[in-house]
Write a protein that binds this ligand. Structure first.
Ligand code: BDP
Length: 697
């Protein structure tokens, strides 16, 4: 069951000194208010403490005794407590919280308060985190508040129970048993999300099915919304643009058609009658075959604004995705979203936010930040990260993604001069946007451990933490997660944290080093397929991305090539354009270079590529070695699971290395340098591998 509990293990504090200190400081809970959220907060506090302190902490009816945990919103506190707070509450927003050591009539207590109930719940989870990570609870004075408004998961769940790009079983939502049967998982899902501050969920796939908008399904969605509500989580749905035809009996879905507009208005009204706090719609339109306004000669603004008008009277949002690329303009797929959307800057309604993937292609192990960030100052842009590992080894490979997220968030767009980081764009501070958002494509399914790989839980956790505060360090997050999920022992934390932090670079090295991208095998995207060149659309083929030939390798996106670099601010474009200043990690993303091109360390490109692939394999080998020493600190089930998975990862890192190097070697015509292991199979063997059992698209 450890697996199931994620980072909310609430195991007894092992260090006896720390434990007895906590024991002496926590004697009871005094909870003010009776809303469902306050009840959930109180219950969480009680169950958390009973595990961590190994005894029951009673609820009190007054503050007569000492060492109480006082929970309640600001307006429920009496004067005697409020006067302890001075202006601290002014520093936080509606979802923020305060954890403070206070004195009341010469008695010491710990106060957890906020402006709203949900703030109190967030405060409770963060207080429990202090204990879970063995922090001091003396003289507490913590104020904390989220920096981004909409912090959401996007589930790519289909109504038939399958999950697109999902590698942790089937969908959590049991449409057949809803609305009458409420799976305990729905509640634990909401609790867990609340523990990291997630406040929104899109429960169905962006490749949408209009049926979700029929009364039969809405009744079920209403129940889920009710379960999630006490935990501060709003439900959103994807809207299939052609729904007025498919379920509304209309002949068109043209956003300028009066009947169509009216259909969406009525639909919105119907949804809000059931779910008064419904979040709004997420829309994938005119992308990868999905219907959209362009089917009727209209554009993205026309489509988004029509839907925005329908939900506006109820305070709803439209999240319009910018993941578009068309086969008709295939010179460089990386340029298309920018070309299509940037001219619309400032034209969307106030309740529209444009959702942009972190990079311009598609959730690769590494991509430079998407050039749309910084290019649309008059439009709020929402970040879309992928938590599920579509291109990074599914739920088989251990890859700690917050490293990737942090790299993107810290990237400097220079849109308003130096320091215009992606984080400042999405948290609204750079361009003064009131509505801000961040989404993560969920990696959750109905596996016992939720995410398939025990360490993939860290990616869900880390996404939530960065959504709350995009300036946090992924290292701190890894450490917190390890302490909460496994153990507080330093001899465990240190090596395993290092292993996590290195895992992202490892996957880049053994899959797509030096800026290579999209060379995964067709459809499922698992395993190498750099040779694939037979797909109907040019930009679906790996050969389109690496462009290897006898002269060299890489996609020339500089001035001499597709000129995608011109989509960045001049300062950034200049760096990427020049092969000397272009970061080597992005080299082949932006440049096509000869096999003999010399890297900064003096090594030729072919050799460097080979060394990178080898380094990736070595890194996984050392991850294995690290984990094998951890048996003592981890329960048997999780220890063995991770061990088996790392063994597969090691095998598959070699597969990636050998397949890619044999393939590229045909063009370079060069020997493998010393230090790079020789493949034991032929290129034909790797090409012949089939994966009928891998979840596809
Ligand atoms: C790609 C996936 C595809 C998704 C699409 C999207 O391969 O399954 O539908 O992105 O984000 O990464 O819409």
């Amino acid at each position: 069951q450890e697996d199931y509990k994620l980072w909310l293990q609430y195991k007894k504090v092992q260090d006896t000194k720390i434990a007895s200190n906590y024991q002496s400081k926590i004697n009871g809970i005094y909870a003010l208010g009776n809303s469902e959220t306050i009840q959930a907060a109180t219950k969480e506090m009680q169950s958390g403490l009973s595990g961590l302190l190994d005894r029951t902490i009673a609820l009190q009816q007054n503050t007569n005794s000492e060492n109480l945990l006082i929970l309640g919103i600001q307006s429920s506190l009496d004067e005697a407590i409020l006067k302890n707070l001075k202006n601290e509450l002014d520093l936080i927003n509606n979802e923020g919280y305060l954890i403070k050591s206070i004195q009341l009539k010469n008695k010491k207590h710990i106060l957890i308060t906020a402006k709203t109930d949900i703030g109190v719940l967030y405060g409770v989870f963060n207080f429990l985190k202090l204990l879970q990570t063995n922090q001091s609870i003396e003289n507490l004075a913590i104020t904390d508040a989220p920096k981004i408004n909409i912090r959401m998961l996007n589930h790519w769940d289909n109504l038939d129970g399958t999950v697109e790009r999902g590698y942790a079983g089937f969908s959590l939502w049991n449409w057949q048993k809803l609305p009458d049967f409420i799976d305990q998982r729905y509640i634990d899902y909401a609790r867990t999300n609340a523990s990291i501050g997630i406040n929104g969920t899109v429960i169905n796939n962006v490749n949408a099915n209009a049926l979700i908008l029929t009364p039969q399904y809405l009744e079920k969605v209403e129940t889920l919304a009710k379960v999630f509500r006490p935990y501060g989580i709003k439900v959103y749905l994807t809207a299939r643009f052609s729904a007025p035809i498919e379920i509304g009996g209309l002949k068109t879905a043209d956003p300028f058609d009066a009947d169509v507009k009216n259909w969406w208005k009525e639909k919105a009204k119907e949804i809000y009658q059931r779910i008064p706090d419904f979040g709004g719609f997420l829309v994938k339109a005119n992308s990868e075959g999905q219907p959209g306004p362009q089917n009727y000669g209209r554009n993205h603004v026309d489509g988004a604004n029509m839907l925005a008008d329908a939900v506006a009277p109820f305070g709803g949002m439209v999240m319009w995705r910018a993941f578009v690329y068309s086969e008709h303009d295939a010179d460089d797929r990386a340029k298309q979203a920018y070309s299509e959307f940037v001219p619309y800057d400032g034209k969307f309604r106030d309740n529209v936010i444009v959702q942009v993937k972190n990079g311009a292609i598609d959730f690769q192990p590494r991509e430079p930040f998407h050039p749309m960030f910084g290019a649309m100052p008059k439009t709020p842009l929402m970040m879309e990260f992928q938590i599920t590992q579509e291109y990074l080894g599914f739920s088989t490979h251990l890859v700690y993604l917050p490293k990737l997220y942090q790299e993107v968030l810290e990237s400097d767009t220079y849109s308003k001069g130096k320091g215009s980081t992606v984080a400042k764009i999405i948290d609204g501070t750079l361009d003064h946007h009131k509505i801000t958002g961040i989404a993560g494509v969920a990696n959750i399914g109905n596996d016992i451990n939720w995410t398939g790989h025990p360490f993939a839980q860290a990616n869900w956790y880390g996404f939530g933490r960065l959504a709350w505060n995009p300036y946090q360090d992924s290292e701190t997050i890894a450490e917190d997660w390890l302490r909460m999920t496994f153990s507080n022992e330093e001899n465990f934390i240190k090596p395993v944290k290092e292993m996590m932090l290195e895992s992202r670079e490892a996957v880049v090295n053994y899959m797509t080093p030096l800026g290579l991208h999209h060379i995964m095998d067709t459809g499922h995207h698992y395993g190498p397929g750099p040779w694939v060149s037979n797909l109907s659309r040019p930009e679906w083929n790996p050969t389109y991305y690496h462009k290897a030939d006898t002269k060299g390798i890489g996609f020339d996106r500089s001035k001499t090539g597709s000129n995608a670099t011109a989509q960045y601010a001049p300062e950034v474009a200049k760096i990427f354009d020049n092969v000397v200043t272009c970061p080597e990690k992005d080299l082949l993303w932006f440049h096509h270079l000869s096999w003999d091109y010399k890297l900064k360390n003096g090594e030729k490109l072919w050799n460097s590529l080979a060394f990178k692939y080898q380094e990736g394999v070595n890194q996984v080998a050392s991850m294995n070695a690290t984990w094998n020493k951890m048996e003592h600190y981890v329960d048997e089930t999780r220890f063995k699971e991770v061990q088996m998975l790392l063994n597969i990862q090691h095998k598959e890192a070699k597969w990636w290395r050998d397949a890619c190097l044999l393939y590229f070697q045909q063009f370079s015509g060069k020997e493998l340098p010393k230090g790079v292991e020789k493949p034991t199979q032929t290129l034909d063997y790797f090409k012949s591998l089939q994966f009928p059992f891998a979840p596809g698209n």
